[in-house]
Every structure is written in structure tokens, then in C-alpha cells.
Design a protein around this ligand. Structure first.
Ligand SMILES: NC(=O)c1ccc[n+]([C@@H]2O[C@H](COP(=O)([O-])OP(=O)(O)OC[C@H]3O[C@@H](n4cnc5c(N)ncnc54)[C@H](OP(=O)(O)O)[C@@H]3O)[C@@H](O)[C@H]2O)c1
Length: 247
């Protein structure tokens, strides 16, 4: 029987790319985001290309914790079971600390931390009931070090990574798999105005690697694995003098 994957933030970028890749590999799709029209467009495309697979779309703002808690079990009822939940929805932006941009910072915290944790919490509750499932957190190589001009984004991704670490310990040797992925730069609207995007890969390649890693049920990995597995380690130890002031 075809497996079902729920992806939050499936209206754009990596979420949309992973939806296409999972569909290509035979999965049913539950697609969530705020922009329902974009999800519906993607659903039409996927249903035409893969008529035997089921695609459902749902308008969901992950910062609405009550809505997340209702939506995940409701989607599981609709499909019978959810096999994989990818907590992918996220936003970038923010400024330097103390630059009068805290409203934007607060909204990053709401989406990337509260929204991700609400999704993961609701999915784990469902998976405990199902006694099966795989939860995927999307952190970032930004989790490895607080970088100037990206403090809140880096901190939000470090929070997701730490939360997923704890979850792996909580669910150790249970039928529920926990995967935390750390993408480097993948070409999407979240970063396409940045001046520097080292080791950039396109969204098709990024999504293939992400889905490969998810299907292999890895516990953690950078995306792509190389060079970010090496650069990520270096980032943690590079002297402040080499990183400071690069805003
Ligand atoms: N691209 C990269 O290089 C990169 C690297 C590391 C990590 N990541 C992470 O990958 C994830 C996807 O980013 P992306 O690069 O694909 O960016 P993107 O193209 O801007 O996509 C972000 C997605 O998140 C959704 N979203 C934002 N706020 C939401 C909310 N409150 N509720 C529900 N959905 C929401 C957006 O949909 P709506 O606006 O329709 O709601 C959109 O589908 C993020 O968590 C990001 O931090 C990306």
C-alpha cells in the first residue's frame, strides 16, 4: 500500500520540491501551508502526473497551535494512517540584534520554533497512537553557529536541532523514527536575495537528497552531506575574528 507523507510549508521551495519527489516515488501527499491556492495548483499537477495517488491540501498556519493539533489527527483519519510528517514550514529574515526589527524576529521565533515544535509534538502524539511513523525536523547548517545578521534564524534552527536530539533519546528503540536534517544553501525564495550562498544547489537536487535521507531513516545529516558535514564542524570552531562583522 502507498505510504502517506504530510509536509508543512509545501507551497514553495524545499517543501514543494520534496512533495514532487515523494509523489514521483509513489507516496500519497498531505500538503499544508497558508497559501492554499499554491498547494491546490501543485495538487492538480501531481494528480495529473500520478493519477493513482491521493493528494489532499490543507490551509494551515503552523503558528496556530490549536489548528496544528486538530489538523494532524484529522489528516491521519482521512488517509487511514500518516507514515511520515515533515515539519518543514519556516521563514528567514531578521536583522542585527538591537536594530528595531524585533517584530520580525518574534515572527521567526513563532514560525520556526513554536510552529515546528507544535507540528512535531502533534505528529509524535499521533505516531505513539499508531505505534509507527517517522518525524522529520528541518533544521539548517545555520544551527551550527550563531552568525552576525542571522541571530534569530540561527537560534531558531539550533532550537529545532536540540528539540530533535531530545526526541531521538525519548523514542530510542521504539517503532517511531526521528530524522533531523541540516540543509546548506538550496536555491529557494528564503535565500534568493542573499549576497553570498556558498555551495548552493538547486531545489530539485536538494529535494532528491532530502527524500533519499528520509527514506533511509537517517538520524541526522547535512544536505548535501558533503561538504556541509565538514564545513559544519569547522563552523563550530572557526575563530570569532574570521566571522565577526560580516553582516
Ligand atoms: N533553502 C535553504 O537553503 C534552506 C536551508 C536550510 C534550511 N531551510 C529550511 O527549509 C524550510 C523550507 O524553506 P524554503 O527554503 O523552502 O523556503 P520557502 O521557499 O520560503 O518556503 C517556506 C515554506 O514555509 C511555509 N510557511 C512559512 N510560514 C508558515 C506558517 N506560519 N505556517 C505554515 N507554513 C508556513 C511557506 O508557505 P506559506 O507562505 O504558503 O504559508 C512555504 O511553503 C524552512 O524551515 C527553512 O528554514 C532552507
Amino acid at each position: 500500500m502507498a505510504k502517506t507523507v504530510l509536509i508543512t510549508g509545501a507551497s514553495s521551495g524545499i517543501g514543494e520540491g520534496m512533495a514532487k519527489e515523494f509523489a514521483k516515488r509513489g507516496y500519497n501527499l498531505a500538503l499544508a501551508a497558508r497559501r492554499k491556492e499554491s498547494l491546490d495548483q501543485l495538487a492538480i499537477e501531481m494528480t495529473q502526473r500520478y493519477p493513482g495517488q491521493r493528494v489532499e491540501t490543507i490551509k494551515l498556519d503552523v503558528t496556530d497551535v490549536a489548528a496544528v493539533q486538530e489538523t494532524i489527527p484529522a489528516l491521519a483519519n482521512l488517509f487511514g494512517v500518516l507514515d511520515i510528517v515533515v515539519a518543514n514550514a519556516g521563514v528567514g529574515g531578521g536583522g542585527t540584534i538591537g536594530s528595531d526589527k524585533f517584530d520580525e524576529d518574534a515572527s521567526i521565533i513563532q514560525t520556526n520554533i513554536l510552529g515546528a515544535m507544535a507540528t512535531i509534538d502533534a505528529a509524535v502524539k499521533l505516531f505513539k497512537k499508531q505505534n509507527s511513523g517517522q518525524i522529520v525536523g528541518i533544521a539548517s547548517v545555520a544551527a551550527f553557529r550563531g552568525l552576525p545578521g542571522a541571530s534569530v534564524y540561527c537560534a531558531s534552527k539550533a532550537a529545532v536541532a536540540t528539540y530533535m536530539d531530545a526526541l531521538q533519546l525519548e523514542l530510542h528503540q521504539t517503532p517511531i523514527n526521528v530524522t533531523c536534517l541540516y540543509p546548506g544553501y538550496i536555491d529557494t525564495p528564503i535565500n534568493n536575495k542573499m549576497k553570498s550562498r556558498p555551495f548552493l544547489i538547486d531545489v530539485g537536487k536538494g529535494s532528491r537528497i532530502l527524500v533519499d535521507l528520509i527514506e533511509r531513516k537517517v538520524k541526522t545529516s547535512t544536505v548535501p552531506v558533503y561538504p556541509w558535514n565538514v564545513v559544519g564542524r569547522l563552523l563550530k570552531v572557526i575563530p570569532q575574528s574570521l566571522l565577526a562583522g560580516r553582516v
